[in-house]
Ligand binder design. Structure first.
Ligand code: MRU
Length: 366
């Protein structure tokens, strides 16, 4: 993605020092673009847990690079594979909902264990983490091409601007590049299609307001920020043609866990006959999960994220309290949208119905 004319991925290996992984530290956006150096597995755990990096595919890529760092820091004297398994466990505990985390960690563990030397483990680790990052970009481009066709069809029927609603940040910043839900938007722009995006702010951490709005602004995509609660009203008033969101974990039966508030948008879209699509790379499909409502762990984060809001005042980033300090709050980070409310899943292999037949039809090996 280009920021002020310079291309950035969200994570990369330091160009002059292969012991360091660099990330865009998203905590300070949109006000400051900060690049952070990550030098150890523990630092990567903090970066994922405290959301310096976030978004399911990027969590996966960050965990992969975390495992690469394990091969950098493994003491020569210790049982290598045991050390790698410990690092796997630490990284796996960082955030529970996005399945990309486990997917990437499993891929990495296979690559870095069972080797004859640290040098070999390190080489395989670097190659695998590079592959996971590159694959994310390729997959997102495929999702972009397929999703843009949906936008093109609406544009042709409507003969006017296509209004797309998205929630949270399933954009470039949630992946290594391009984004999942935003990939069709970027592709539509490249194709010259008339588009406009409604960005829902996404309380409590405001990924929509802070990240998606910034991304779209930097990329010259017409957009408007709305409060989360405005989505239903917009839909009732014919102001939304299509909803495209991301996913942290999609069950093999097509239920979708995504940022809290996604379910309410799906309900409103269903009630107003508006197509509701989920951009779902296969790395975020949990092919082993049948009943998301019973099996999925919904992350609960610090209640202070609900009670405090971060913003800029006199050029300084500050947190302000917006509720009585003593009021208890609860902070579920994700909800589950049942498959019946979803028009389709946009995967890298095609667009399918949100059900087992649709999903396994596109991924027969699974
Ligand atoms: O808590 P976050 O910011 O990691 O949540 C992110 C989302 O819910 C995204 O919509 C999802 O990960 C898909 S990202 C392509």
């Amino acid at each position: 993605m280009n920021i002020k004319g310079k291309h950035y991925k969200t994570i990369w290996l330091h160009p002059n020092n292969e012991n360091i992984v660099q990330i865009i530290d998203q905590r300070w956006l949109p006000h400051q673009l900060v690049i952070a150096d990550i030098k150890s597995v523990d630092e990567m755990c903090t970066a994922i847990k405290d959301m310096w990096v976030r978004g399911a595919p990027l969590i996966g890529a960050a965990a992969a690079w975390g495992m690469y760092l394990a091969t950098v820091e493994v003491p020569a004297s210790c049982a290598r594979d045991f050390f790698f398994e410990e690092c796997y466990g630490k990284l796996l505990k960082t955030r529970p909902t996005a399945v990309n985390l486990k997917w990437a960690l499993d891929e990495m563990l296979k690559s870095i264990t069972g080797n004859d030397s640290i040098i070999e483990s390190r080489w395989y680790g670097k190659t695998r983490a590079e592959w996971i990052s590159a694959d994310d970009i390729k997959v997102n481009e495929q999702i972009g091409n397929l999703g843009a066709q949906l936008i093109q069809e609406i544009a042709a029927k409507k003969n006017g601007v296509v209004n797309i609603l998205t929630h949270c940040n399933a954009g470039w910043l949630a992946t290594v590049d391009r984004g999942t839900a935003t990939a069709p938007i970027y592709k539509a722009k490249e194709l010259g299609l008339p588009i406009h995006v409604y960005v829902s702010e996404t309380r409590p951490r405001n990924q929509g307001a802070q990240l998606t709005a910034w991304e779209l602004l930097e990329n010259d995509i017409p957009h408007t920020l709305i409060v989360d609660n405005a989505a239903g009203h917009l839909m009732q008033n014919n102001l939304v043609d299509i909803v495209i969101v991301g996913t942290d974990r999609t069950s093999r039966t097509g239920d979708v866990a995504n940022k809290i508030g996604t379910y309410l948008k799906a309900l409103a879209a269903f009630d107003n006959n508006i197509p509701f699509y989920v951009a779902a790379p296969s790395s975020s499909i949990d092919f082993n999960m049948r009943n998301a409502f019973k099996e999925l762990i919904i992350e609960e984060r610090n209640p202070d994220e609900v009670k405090y809001v971060q913003g800029l005042e006199n050029n300084q980033i500050k947190q302000v309290l917006i509720a009585p300090e003593a009021t208890p709050a609860i902070n579920y980070a994700f909800d589950i949208t049942p498959a019946k409310l979803i028009t389709g899943l946009i995967t890298e292999n095609g667009i399918c119905a949100a059900n087992e037949i649709g999903i396994t039809g596109l991924f027969p090996g699974k």
